[in-house]
Design a protein around this ligand. Structure first.
Ligand code: GLN
Length: 485
């Protein structure tokens, strides 16, 4: 029999509903798994064992699993960038090491309203800047498939926790690929929703025109269930879309016959590893076998996406991170009489090297004299990239690409070369630039490491992406593989 910690949320829900297990048993199993593998994997900044057990026991006592939310009683890990009232929320930064938020993010509130059980907070690249979790101020998370390799980032702790069974599912955030790239590298499913579909109230901001929260799960059904719980309008986030959110589980019907899928050749560039290309070729044949029509297309502005992102994201980051001045919250340097010196030293000590690099890049791009040449130009390029994608979606229901051009790389391999690190997100960034949704599903292995298939779609096409992802998943077994730790 499968270990309880290896179950998906919908499998666990079935057992809870039938009374074959209770939430405490399931939670205890994840907590045991955390004790067992966490010394190797290091996916958590905080483990909330007491809270989790209390939540599980209360539910077992007072709740009927037969008529509640499908997420009731099921252990979740939340990336440490989303506020959890009374529980440290560090962004894996010295700056927020001792920050305990006095309120919950909307997504936290919604999970609690669904009676989720919180097992802890996920390690990440500091302030979500990075692609490997090596920028965490605390420690690097390891890939459960090979602990000498990175789990991806910035939501690497969440991807590793789900892949290794330390949590049944997780919430991550994605500014340029941070839920999809680690999900691909750890062999799980993740969905970056349309910009505005999930409230960011209580998400610590990195780049506000790009940030989105999304589910990280073991299969597509779970992604739909979690999206059901967290999507929907929130007056406290001014970018939140006010629409009637559909029931995403209704999209989990197998038929994808006749769907038109574009294969943008620029996403299969020279940086794509042969093993990744092979897995993608096989995945595309599966989709064709299911009756989808695949056709190669060209999206020539793709080559500007990375450069555009690395102007816009740092610019917004430099503005968002100006609030860390040591006055209201976070790290504070007090050993001086000068206000300016206190502020400078607070930031000098509180931020790590990558965060400082981003702040400098962004401040430069926004400064008078350079604003037009960099920031304004990047915004224009952004419009071109968005339009090109919009045009592609006039002809195609979806696009398929690799999620990451490579499998998980070795620890330390890219830390000395920021551009090499930035290239990890070459396939994921365009969806953030355009604000469009994208899903990643496991589609094979290369060198024994997982490969992810990315499916991108137009605004609010989550139902189509889930339908395609689900049909692909039903036709393959990749999502059933678990790492041996
Ligand atoms: N790796 C990208 C960056 O460093 C994306 C990060 C993210 O999506 N949060 O900015």
């Amino acid at each position: 029999m499968t270990a309880l910690y290896d179950l998906t949320a919908h499998q666990a829900h079935d057992l809870l509903q039938r009374g074959e297990i209770n939430s405490e048993e399931l939670t205890q199993d994840c907590l045991r798994r955390i004790r067992e593998v966490e010394p190797q994997v290091k996916a958590f900044v905080t483990v909330t064992e007491e809270l989790a057990l209390e939540q599980a026991r209360t539910l077992d006592r007072e709740h009927s699993f037969s008529n509640g939310s499908p997420l009731a009683g099921i252990p979740v890990q939340i990336k440490d960038v989303m506020c959890t009232e009374g529980i440290p929320t560090t962004c894996s930064s010295r700056m927020l090491e001792n920050f305990i938020p006095p309120y919950n993010a909307t997504v936290t509130e919604r999970l609690y309203a669904n009676n989720a059980v919180l097992v802890g907070k996920g390690n990440m690249d500091e302030f979500a800047m990075g692609s490997s979790t090596e920028n965490s101020a605390f420690y690097t998370t390891r890939n459960p498939w090979d602990t000498e390799r990175v789990p991806g980032g910035s939501s690497g702790g969440s991807a590793a926790a789900v892949a290794s069974g330390e949590a049944i599912y997780a919430l991550g955030s994605d500014t340029g690929g941070s839920i999809r790239q680690p999900a691909a590298l750890c062999g799980i499913v993740a969905l970056k929703p349309t910009y505005g579909l999930v409230s960011r109230y209580g998400l610590i901001a990195f780049a506000s025109s790009l940030d989105q929260i999304g589910p990280m799960t073991k299969d597509v059904t779970d992604a739909a269930l979690v999206l059901n719980a967290i999507a929907g309008h929130d007056a406290r986030d001014s970018t939140s879309i006010d629409i009637q959110v559909p029931d995403y589980t209704k999209s989990l019907a197998g038929d994808v016959k006749g769907l038109k899928i574009g294969v943008p050749k620029e996403y299969f560039g020279k940086g794509t590893q042969p093993g990744v290309q092979e897995a993608l070729d096989a995945a595309m044949s599966v989709l064709e076998g299911l009756g989808a029509h695949l056709e190669e297309i060209s999206l020539p502005t793709t080559k500007y996406a990375l450069a555009c992102y690395y102007i816009i994201a740092p610019s917004e980051c430099s503005a968002n991170l100006a609030r860390y001045d040591g006055v209201k919250f976070g790290h504070s340097y007090l050993d001086t009489d000068s206000m300016w010196e206190a502020m400078e030293l607070t930031r000098q000590e509180g931020f790590g090297p990558e965060v400082k690099r981003r702040i400098m890049l962004g401040t430069y791009a926004l400064s008078s004299g350079y604003y037009d040449a960099y920031y304004l130009k990047a915004q224009k390029v952004r419009t071109l990239i968005r339009r090109e994608l919009e045009e592609a979606f006039q002809q195609f229901d979806a696009l398929v690409t690799p999620t990451s051009p490579t499998v998980a790389f070795r620890l330390g391999e890219r830390t000395q070369d920021p551009v090499q690190m930035y290239l990890s997100d070459i396939c994921t960034i365009p969806a953030n630039i355009a604000g469009t949704p994208a899903i990643t599903v496991p589609c094979g292995f290369s060198e024994g490491l997982p490969v992810g298939l990315q499916i991108m779609g137009p605004m609010l096409s989550e139902p189509t992406l889930l339908r395609l992802g689900y049909a692909y998943e039903q036709a393959t077994e990749w999502h059933k593989h678990r790492p041996q730790l």
